[in-house]
Design a protein around this ligand. Structure first.
Ligand code: PEP
Ligand code: MN
Length: 342
């Protein structure tokens, strides 16, 4: 249920509604939108509480009460009609500018990460990516450099002035990852790791939440709701391909997810064409499709020597190819009334 306040409602009236929600045993959550104040009523509804909407409707300052049938509330467009903009330092995701994050799948060395970071920046990337805790299908595969890798990533961020995003795999890593990263990435495999979602919900670090390969769009939004219900509203959703019968590519890009998400939620939506395809030959096409479909950003893997990459070499773009692609992406962005500032 959401309570939409009258634009003229006083601070006391808004406070009284929040207090009443708490008294009844629910949690009030206020959307601090400037145009209209909306208060979400969170908690488990049962039949005995069914007449609550009339109760709140009668309180002073209330314009109207709406029942949100979506299982996600804070993530819903009904609760927050305007696009949310997630601010990361000077970077804003969800506004007119399309933000491209680039960098290697895994941080492998200082030389590798710093080199790729400077090239990414020169090509117009506004954020850096790099994995230090890697979710590998095989326990024998490279597992990432851990904290040493995070230090390198933070150095690359400092040298370039670009914010950095990196994956957190386990709740125990929260402090160390928050220490070095500007943005926490929840990987596809962990999208429904609810204890991890709750944990990142306690921080104020922006989160890139990737869609699980076997998860519905609705499941992705429920996972976002876990983070938001914990108090962290800075969630960026990421489509990175889903599992289908098709095996010509690593995953199948659910391009539909971009406009569907933009319709259902106010949260920024980005696309990862690298994991969606698993093949650098297709990364450019799908990156372009993502922007045309309305994505607010892209997450692209780059590597200067993909043949020797510790992970995901086949889907990594060499810096020169990435740079060429950025020029094309800027033109696509312009065609859909967005911008990429190179
Ligand atoms: C990654 O970004 O390197 C990664 C492991 O992505 P995903 O969780 O989408 O597989
Ligand atoms: Mn990867």
């Amino acid at each position: 249920m959401i309570i939409i306040m009258d634009p003229r409602a006083t601070g006391e009236e808004i406070e009284a509604i929040q207090q009443e929600i708490t008294n009844i045993g629910f949690i009030p959550f206020i959307n601090p939108g400037v145009e209209r104040k909306v208060i979400a009523v969170l908690g488990e509804f049962d039949v005995s509480k069914a007449d609550l909407s009339d109760h709140f409707q009668a309180m002073p300052g209330v314009a109207r009460v709406e029942l949100i049938s979506d299982l996600w509330k804070l993530a819903s467009r009904a609760y927050h009609p305007e696009n949310s903009i997630v601010q990361i330092g000077n970077v804003k995701i969800g506004g007119n500018e399309i933000i491209v994050a680039a960098g290697p799948c895994s941080i492998e060395s200082e030389e590798q990460m710093l080199g790729l970071a400077h090239e990414a920046k020169a090509s117009g990337a506004k954020m850096l990516r790099g994995g230090a805790f890697k979710p590998r299908s095989s326990p024998y595969a490279f597992q990432g450099m851990g904290e040493e890798g995070l230090k390198i990533l933070a150095k690359a961020g400092k040298e370039t002035g670009l914010p950095v995003v990196t994956e957190i795999m386990d709740a125990h890593e929260l402090d160390v990852v928050c220490k070095y990263a500007d943005v926490l990435q929840i990987g596809a495999r962990n999208m429904q790791n609810y204890s991890l979602l709750k944990k990142v919900g306690t921080t104020r670090h922006p989160v890139v939440l990737k869609r699980g390969p076997g998860s519905k769009i609705k499941d992705l939004l429920m996972s976002a709701e876990y983070i938001m219900a914990g108090g962290n509203q800075s969630v960026i959703l990421c489509e990175r391909g889903i599992t289908t019968f098709e095996d010509a590519t690593r995953n199948t890009t659910d391009i539909n997810a971009v406009p569907v998400l933009k319709n259902w939620t106010h949260l920024p939506v980005i696309l990862d064409p690298s994991h969606a395809t698993g093949n650098w030959h297709y990364v450019g096409s799908i990156a372009k499709a993502g922007i045309a479909a309305g994505a607010d950003g892209l997450l692209i893997e780059t590597h200067s020597d993909p043949a020797h990459a510790m992970s995901d070499g086949p889907q990594s773009l060499k810096p020169k190819k990435f740079s060429e692609l950025m020029g094309q992406l800027a033109r696509i962005a312009e065609a859909v009334d967005r911008s990429i500032n190179l």
